[in-house]
Design a protein around this ligand. Structure first.
Ligand SMILES: O=C(O)CCC(=O)C(=O)O
Length: 280
C-alpha cells in the first residue's frame, strides 16, 4: 500500500491513507507517520479495525503510555485504553461519558503531560459528537511580537479538579478523584521539541491561573488566550466515522468534544495517551 498524506486545513490536520494500523508498521512507514504528525499535528486514519492490543502497540511506538487517573473508565486487562463512552452495561457506565467537553490538552495536570493521543471511534453517532482541535502553535505565531515577548517566561498552574469546578460542566459528578492529583506548574509557552515551533500551553479545562500575575490579570489573560486559540482559522472539526483513528499532538494542539448528541446516540471510543519525556 502507498501511504498518501492529504492536508485538511492550512493550520492543522492531514488524512493519511494506505496505512493499516492493526499490523506493525515498517520503520519507513512509521517514520513517515511520525514526520507527518510533527508537520500537521493531527492525523486521521479512516476505516481501521483496531483491537485494544493493536492500538496500544501502535501508540507505544511514540513513547511510554500513560494510565488515566479515572480507573473505572479503563479496559480491565488493557489499562492503557481509556474508554470515552455513553454506553452502559448492567446499569453501569462502560466508560467516561461526555468527556472533555471543554478545550484542553490531555493530562496537562500531570508533572509530565502527554506527547500525543490516539482516539479510535468504535461506535460513533450518525450525526453529531464531533471533536474540535485547535493549533496552539498557530495561536502563538499569530500573537503580536509584544504579546509573545510578554508571555515568554510566565508559568501557569494546572489542576485536574479545575475542569470539574464552576458548575458549567455536565460531566462533573460526585466521586471524581479530584484530589488524587495535586496542582502542577508548566511554562505557558513551550518550544515543541521536534518542530521547534513555540506553542501556547494553557487551556480552559485544567489551567487555573498564571502564577506571576494578579488574579484579575490572570483571569482576563487566560480568557483572551483561550479565545485566541479557538478562532476559526486555527480550528479543525473532525466528523467521526466508525473505524476512524485520530492521532494528535498534545504539544501543539488543544481539543474539545462537542456535546450535541444524547444518550440515544451511542458513542464509544478508545483512547491511548502517550507520555512526553521532553524537558521544557
Ligand atoms: O470524545 C471526544 O471527542 C474527545 C474526548 C477527549 O477530550 C479526550 O479524550 O481527551
Amino acid at each position: 500500500m502507498t501511504l498518501k498524506i492529504t492536508p485538511i486545513t492550512p493550520a492543522l490536520g492531514a488524512e493519511i491513507s494506505g496505512v493499516d494500523l492493526s499490523a506493525p508498521l515498517s520503520n519507513a512507514d512509521f517514520d513517515a507517520v511520525h514526520d507527518a504528525l510533527v508537520t500537521h499535528s493531527l492525523l486521521v486514519f479512516r476505516d481501521q479495525d483496531l483491537s485494544p492490543k493493536a492500538q496500544v502497540e501502535f501508540s507505544r511506538r511514540f513513547g511510554p503510555l500513560m494510565i488515566h487517573v479515572l480507573k473505572e473508565a479503563l479496559i480491565e486487562d488493557q489499562p492503557e485504553i481509556y474508554k470515552v463512552s455513553n454506553l452502559t452495561e448492567d446499569g453501569k457506565p462502560k466508560g467516561r461519558a461526555y468527556a472533555g467537553q471543554y478545550w484542553h490538552s490531555d493530562l496537562t495536570y500531570e508533572p509530565r503531560p502527554s506527547l500525543g493521543s490516539v482516539l479510535y471511534g468504535v461506535q460513533v453517532p450518525e450525526c453529531g459528537g464531533d471533536t474540535l482541535f485547535a493549533s496552539t502553535a498557530n495561536a502563538y505565531e499569530t500573537l503580536s511580537p509584544a504579546m509573545q515577548e510578554f508571555l515568554d517566561g510566565l508559568t501557569a498552574e494546572h489542576h485536574f479538579a479545575h475542569a470539574f469546578r464552576g458548575g458549567s460542566n455536565p460531566a462533573a459528578r460526585k466521586g471524581d478523584p479530584l484530589d488524587e492529583r495535586p496542582p502542577v506548574n508548566h511554562p505557558i509557552v513551550r518550544t515543541h521539541p521536534e518542530s521547534g515551533r513555540k506553542c501556547l500551553f494553557v487551556n480552559e479545562g485544567f489551567t487555573v491561573k498564571i502564577n506571576e500575575l494578579s488574579a484579575s490579570e490572570s483571569t482576563n489573560l487566560l480568557a483572551f488566550l483561550c479565545d485566541h486559540m479557538s478562532r476559526p482559522q486555527t480550528v479543525l472539526r473532525h466528523r467521526w466515522q466508525n473505524g476512524d483513528a485520530v492521532l494528535w499532538d498534545n504539544r501543539a494542539l488543544v481539543h474539545r468534544a462537542v456535546d450535541d448528541y444524547g444518550d440515544n446516540s451511542p458513542r464509544h471510543m478508545h483512547r491511548t495517551t502517550i507520555e512526553d519525556l521532553a524537558e521544557y
